[in-house]
Design a protein around this ligand. Sequence first.
Ligand SMILES: [Zn+2]
Length: 335
Amino acid sequence: MLNRETVFHSRYLPPELLTKVLQKYAVLEVIGKSVKNRPIYAVKVGSGSKKILAWSQMHGNESTTTRGLFDFFMRINEDTSFLRSFSFVLLFQLNPDGAEGYTRQNANGIDLNRDAVKQTQPETQAFMKVLSDFSPDLCLNLHDQRTRFTVGRTQLEAAISFLAPAADEYRKLTDSRLSSMALIARLFESFPKSVKQRVGRFNDSFDRNCFGDFLAHKGIPTILIEAGQWGTDYDRVITRRLVYESLFGIAQGFLGLESLSKNILVKSYNNIPENTEFGYDEGLYNKVENTLTGIRYKERLENGTVFYEPDEYQLINEDKSWSNFRYQVIDAPSL
Ligand SMILES: [Zn+2]
């Protein structure tokens, strides 16, 4: 049995390592090449009528959902009843060049998640080909979010956030969007309280250049999952687990979608607090000057290791609640 704790334990997940492990358990199909000619792989499993397309790491430095998607694949790959109900196409790293260099953008410096309409990049073109060939009933768009995100006014960290993307600028409740909302709400209701209070709802402003909005506009139920961070778990092992649970819960919900009471669930979806930005990696309290400074880290890859370094400093005057800070330093020197 695979030890999930030791495989892909780091935020840095180069494509070569991912491929080496995936090959042991799956047949990999090349669906296209990246700018630097790296293969983009799909794993196809299941023979059922419900078709789910999931992709991760279109932003190369966002590996948590790739790791969660891998755990999900390992789980369903042994489950014959699951595979009789569903057909999955899983794209584990849509942006392998970005994954290699630990960058958000692809090797042309383009954010793929703004390329859905223009489709100028080979990675986007590969995705669109899969989309039209497979014609999924549900799309799962998987990302990592930064530590600045918090859950509404609670100011607790957003360990995971969800969104049923808008289908147009009026954010109309289309049928497909209602389905996405119902699936998210059903999942949310199933979480224990400790998890629930760390779940946020991602911003639903409409931008057709983003993959999720583009797909919602086409009328395909789509769910965005943003893996955040629980406390000081910088390797994001806990949220990796949450991603796994979420993928499983969403798929199960999708099986019984017709029987879900959507109107009730949409209310519950709208009750999930929106993401706010009260989070800091560090809080420095200077007793003498009575000042509190919030610090946000940036990530830097060096020799295959991700380092977290102070990047953004902000003087905070209002509420000095310590819950917003992952690390707390009292009596800090003036900066
Ligand atoms: Zn992202």
